[in-house]
Design a protein around this ligand. Structure first.
Ligand SMILES: CC(C)(COP(=O)(O)OP(=O)(O)OC[C@H]1O[C@@H](n2cnc3c(N)ncnc32)[C@H](O)[C@@H]1OP(=O)(O)O)[C@@H](O)C(=O)NCCC(=O)NCCS
Length: 142
């Protein structure tokens, strides 16, 4: 059976309202990240992955910098554990491979370590706090 959702790569200009609705729900409302830390100047230059349900609802997102840094991976609560997050990261990794990136990295929330380990990401260095949440840098050679 095919996935009940699709993932596409979009620029901030095209995806902004839908990308914002997911990040507001997951990072700001659910995880308590301050809005002033959630929004930065980098969104405009990142490539974004956007997951949509068959009904067109925005259900997940992520972004990648041109240096291979991945961030803001989020899936709406009711859509978790259905491989939406996997499809978002895979779409960003496909983009990185197509553009000959040799390595990608993510500052992973420690609660999400098993999720990233599933793609082969490996922890680097010490845990640190960002936006009040414990993180650790992870890298993946492509
Ligand atoms: C982390 C997150 C993006 C995962 O998305 P998802 O769509 O639920 O993930 P998937 O269904 O693709 O899961 C893939 C695998 O990772 C595991 N996994 C997913 N989230 C996990 C978590 N938080 N802790 C441990 N394992 C997790 C799943 O069990 C699954 O394992 P399996 O392949 O053995 O079945 C999602 O839980 C989320 O949005 N969390 C809140 C925001 C967040 O923490 N973002 C990450 C910031 S670094």
């Amino acid at each position: 059976m095919s996935n009940p959702f699709t993932v596409s790569l979009v620029c901030w200009h095209d995806g902004e309202p839908l990308l914002k609705s997911i990040r507001e729900a997951v990072f700001i409302r659910e995880q308590g990240v301050p809005a002033e830390l959630e929004w930065d100047e980098f969104d405009k230059s990142c490539r974004h992955a956007l997951a949509l349900s068959q009904r067109g609802e925005a259900i997940g997102c992520g972004r990648m910098f041109s240096n291979g840094h991945i961030g803001r991976i989020a899936v709406m609560q009711q859509w978790r554990k259905k491989k939406v997050g996997t499809a978002i990261v895979e779409a960003l990794l496909d983009y990185a491979r197509a553009h000959d990136y040799k390595e990608v990295d993510v500052d992973a929330q420690t609660q999400a370590l098993p999720f990233y380990r599933g793609f082969g990401f490996a922890e680097q260095g010490e845990e640190f706090i960002d936006a009040g949440l414990p993180h650790i840098k992870m890298t993946l050679q492509l």
